[in-house]
Design a protein around this ligand. Sequence first.
Ligand SMILES: CC(C)(COP(=O)(O)OP(=O)(O)OC[C@H]1O[C@@H](n2cnc3c(N)ncnc32)[C@H](O)[C@@H]1OP(=O)(O)O)[C@@H](O)C(=O)NCCC(=O)NCCS
Length: 169
Amino acid sequence: MYKIQRASIDDISQLSQFAGKTFSDTFRHYKQEDLQNHLEKTCSEKYFTNQINNSNNKTIIIKEDNIIIAYAKYGKLELPVNNPVYPGNELHRLYVDPNKKHSGIGSQLIKYVFDKSIEEKNKSIYLGVYNDNKIAIQFYQKHGFQKIGEYNYFVGPHIDREHIMQKIL
Ligand SMILES: CC(C)(COP(=O)(O)OP(=O)(O)OC[C@H]1O[C@@H](n2cnc3c(N)ncnc32)[C@H](O)[C@@H]1OP(=O)(O)O)[C@@H](O)C(=O)NCCC(=O)NCCS
């Protein structure tokens, strides 16, 4: 079992690099220019500084030898969910170092998010996942999520179709 900790301002630089690298490694179907613009919006140091200072959301990390090997972000429901089971929150991000995948780290993080969401009196949790990300979809199903809809995720002008998944807590 790894120690899970809240990301702090001291982690921002490393977190921004880790987030950019894991996103780029996972999704390889974007034009380079669209990807770079998207990373600037979603993985920059400015982005994570705002998130850490945003009381609606929490960013958690796992470190090994002081190096980030996984992170997750959860909090306010932002997905376009029709009639969410109220109150519900959202798992916004979950990324594991490619060299550490399939060894239980993602499961440890998602169970932590479930426990904290229940402590915060949530009745449900939602997420969006790219419809071709078969491994992640299988992972989420294994953890009790079911598909309840779809939505469009924009990376610049590029549109990905994503599944919206729900788990009742
Ligand atoms: C999805 C992800 C977070 C799962 O974390 P993980 O630490 O690898 O997963 P765990 O070891 O805790 O869980 C294993 C389960 O996940 C799925 N899984 C993980 N890696 C897999 C692989 N290489 N092949 C098939 N299934 C896999 C399986 O359901 C597996 O269950 P099993 O062991 O019974 O076969 C991780 O693969 C990842 O970071 N992927 C890239 C980023 C990503 O897609 N994030 C989600 C964006 S919405």
